[in-house]
Design a protein around this ligand. Structure first.
Ligand SMILES: Nc1ncnc2c1ncn2[C@@H]1O[C@H](COP(=O)(O)OP(=O)(O)OP(=O)(O)O)[C@@H](O)[C@H]1O
Ligand SMILES: [Mg+2]
Length: 113
């Protein structure tokens, strides 16, 4: 099992959720985050030649745990649905998961995901 953590644009969340659900990937968490990538946020042009910078931008983190066989499909679905082609589109991390337990039944591992 792997946990896929995708940090994406908030306005792309619905597209990503639909793309995943269409392929049967339902279970997930959404967390609001603020973060920055290599551009360290953005600089806005203000009035009269002033400028102000925003260091940390609002993003959403989508977390979903999937069996190993589904990792590549889920990553591709998220990447394609979240992409605009512009800087700040986000990042996807893949993290090993030791085990999972469905509380209702006690099922373990792949059967619990
Ligand atoms: N190395 C990182 N570790 C953890 N979170 C990150 C990392 N890089 C980016 N993020 C998160 O992802 C969000 C979007 O990052 P962003 O898409 O700007 O990455 P980037 O590497 O700068 O790529 P791009 O050049 O396309 O903008 C950030 O606001 C932050 O929340
Ligand atoms: Mg960036």
């Amino acid at each position: 099992m792997k946990k896929i953590e995708a940090i994406i644009r908030p306005e792309k969340l619905d597209d990503v959720k639909v793309a995943l659900a269409d392929k049967g990937y339902i279970g997930l968490n959404i967390v609001g985050v603020t973060g920055r990538g290599v551009q360290k946020g953005i600089v806005h042009a203000g009035r009269a030649g002033t400028a102000y910078s925003v260091d940390m931008l609002p993003k959403v983190k989508l977390e979903t745990v999937v069996i190993d066989a589904n990792v590549e499909e889920v990553v591709t679905l998220i990447q394609q649905a979240a992409s605009t082609g512009n800087i700040g589109d986000g990042k996807i991390f893949i993290i090993p998961v030791e085990d999972a337990i469905r509380v209702r039944t006690g099922e373990r591992g792949d059967a619990a995901v």
